[in-house]
Design a protein around this ligand. Structure first.
Ligand code: AHR
Length: 549
């Protein structure tokens, strides 16, 4: 939508108010307000039209579909109730796994799921979660509750299979042994008739499983054992050597990627950590290797998490979004270190824990990390996914924390009820970007200011999918004003664009079990104006369109 520039006579007209009656003044004030909103000044007008051009001639890296990965830890209601209800539950399920959740996750094409933790992984003993007699243990990290181990290896891999995803297994380095982890992988992957393979068959899965990723420890500098880089490196070398994948189908190109523990922030101790691991890798012997370095970065502003996940205003909206943009600097910082030791970018940076971490919902168990998910989180997700896409040459995996009922979730459940969050819709809208080729985009982001916080107003990425179709994502951070975008593409005759936009009445609008569609997508299209496509982004919105040529 375009606004005509106000004429000089309108300004003159307003200046003569002093000579008019009170009634005429009221009419004129109302008229002026209408004029102001309908006919903004030239400077407002230029602010509202963003010129965006896509350079189709300079394709970048492939946006690895694995940046849309998920994380499911044994934590709160993330696994129990969120995924697993058991075969005897009245909640519709397939072999104990809830059908509504499976259907929702299938629709967002989850590329991989990291499991069983998190901090939980370094206390997990896989044998307690197989066979007919499960061992009840404790979950000291997350509320000290009992862990029934009814959702174990086979249940996780059944779940992965039901949603068409891949397994990212984190092995226990903190309180386990290399032997325990090595036997787990033999149990999972060998096709030969070893005792462990027979046990796997007796437990219902004679064929070897495919394990796409192996996480060697979790936050080993903290909850994973408070190790020094040197100590962790000695563990990494042993686990990398002996925890083997025997699946015949994974010995070549489909090989399992080994992910080492990486940094948890920008502090010196973490730059030293990245430095140590990468330096060791550069000089590594034949007997060990790694394919990725993990990084964890939550949007939290201050510790302990104090921001409310619902019932907040524009101040908290702008503070959280400012904080989330720190992801870019963090990736730059650690990528620069990695580039020194690995200029060919063989080692992927895998951001396998990211997302917003707010105060626990009032009345919920503080150890369960339950929070609501608002329009703010949808914008936050889009901004982070765009950062990952812009670093697609190095960032080749990411796992949002966490998939269901925990932190920045895709799905919330309450017994038999399920609701999809604003973040879920963002992941759904971004499906066309999975494995698409990044295309450079230039635009003047302009600014959005609230109080002492100034942020870029607009963000955008573009990509070309395997069929050659062009996709564009545009985010309007500004919660108060729409933004008009004029899109041009070199070398392409763009005819029209259509897709979906996600917005909501308020920055803290959420979907609840009672009102599940407050934040949901609606169709949007771009008009052809002269030689450019023109599209209006609503305030606080995430928009994805495909371009018809
Ligand atoms: O996602 C919650 C926790 O955050 C994970 O268990 C841990 O790795 C991180 O500190």
């Amino acid at each position: 939508m375009f606004f005509p520039i106000p004429s000089k006579s309108q300004h003159t007209f307003n200046c003569r108010m002093g000579f008019l009656s009170a009634v005429q003044r009221v009419i004129l004030v109302i008229g002026s307000l209408v004029c102001l909103s309908l006919f903004p000044t030239a400077s407002t007008l230029s602010q509202q039209r963003v010129q965006l051009s896509v350079d189709t001639a300079k394709p970048g890296a492939r946006i690895d579909r694995n940046i849309f990965g998920q994380f499911a830890e044994h934590l709160g209601k993330g696994v129990y109730e969120g995924i697993w209800v058991g075969p005897d539950s009245k909640i519709p399920n397939t072999r104990g796994i809830r059908n509504d959740v499976v259907a929702a996750l299938k629709a967002i094409k989850v590329p991989n799921i990291r499991w069983p933790g998190g901090c939980f992984a370094d206390e997990y003993h896989w044998r307690k979660g197989i066979g007919s007699q499960r061992v009840v243990t404790l979950n000291p990290n997350w509320g000290g509750v009992t862990e029934p181990n009814t959702f174990g290896t086979h249940e996780f891999l059944d779940f992965i299979d039901q949603i068409g995803s891949e397994a990212y297994i984190s092995v226990n380095v903190g309180s386990g042994t290399p032997q325990e982890a090595a036997e787990w992988l033999e149990y999972l992957t060998t096709s030969q008739q070893t005792t462990l393979a027979k046990e796997r068959g007796a437990n219902g899965h004679p064929a070897p499983y495919k394990i796409a990723y192996l996480g060697i420890g979790n936050e080993s500098w903290d909850c994973g054992g408070n190790m020094t880089p040197e100590y962790y490196l000695s563990q990494l070398k042993i686990y990398s050597r002996f925890v083997r994948n025997f699946n015949p189908a994974q010995q070549d190109k489909q090989q399992m990627l080994k992910i080492a523990v990486g940094p948890g922030g920008a502090e010196t101790r973490w730059t030293e950590w990245t430095e140590s691991i990468m330096k060791a890798w550069q000089n590594h012997q034949w007997s060990w290797d790694m394919n990725g370095l993990s990084m964890h970065n939550y949007t939290v502003v201050r510790w302990p998490p104090a921001f409310a996940s619902v019932g907040f205003g524009e101040t908290e909206y702008s503070q959280i979004l400012k904080s989330t943009l720190d992801m870019e600097g963090l990736i730059n910082k650690h990528s620069a270190i990695m580039d020194r030791y690995d200029p060919q970018k063989k080692i992927a940076l895998i951001i396998d824990e990211w997302g917003a971490w707010y105060a626990a919902l009032p009345g919920s168990h503080p150890g369960f990390l339950a929070q609501q998910n608002s329009m703010r989180d949808a914008i936050l997700a889009a901004l982070n996914l765009n950062i990952f896409a812009r670093h697609a040459d190095r960032v080749r995996g990411a796992n949002i924390a966490q998939m269901i009922n925990v932190l920045q979730a895709m799905i919330l459940t309450d017994k038999d009820k399920m609701v999809l969050t604003p973040t879920y819709y963002v992941f759904k809208m971004y499906v066309p970007f999975q494995d698409a080729t990044f295309l450079p985009v230039t635009f003047t982001a302009e600014t959005y200011t609230h109080g002492d916080i100034t942020l870029p107003r607009v963000d955008a990425i573009a990509a070309k999918d395997a069929t050659g179709k062009l996709w564009l994502e545009m985010t309007n951070i500004d919660p108060n004003s729409p933004v008009e975008i004029e899109i041009s593409m070199n070398g392409l005759n763009a005819k029209s664009a259509s897709g979906e936009t996600l917005t909501a009445p308020k920055v803290d609008s959420v979907n609840t079990f009672e009102a599940p569609n407050t934040v949901t997508t609606k169709p949007v299209s771009a008009k052809f104006e002269g030689s450019k496509l023109s599209i209006k982004l609503e305030p606080k919105s995430v928009t994805v369109v495909s371009i018809d040529q």
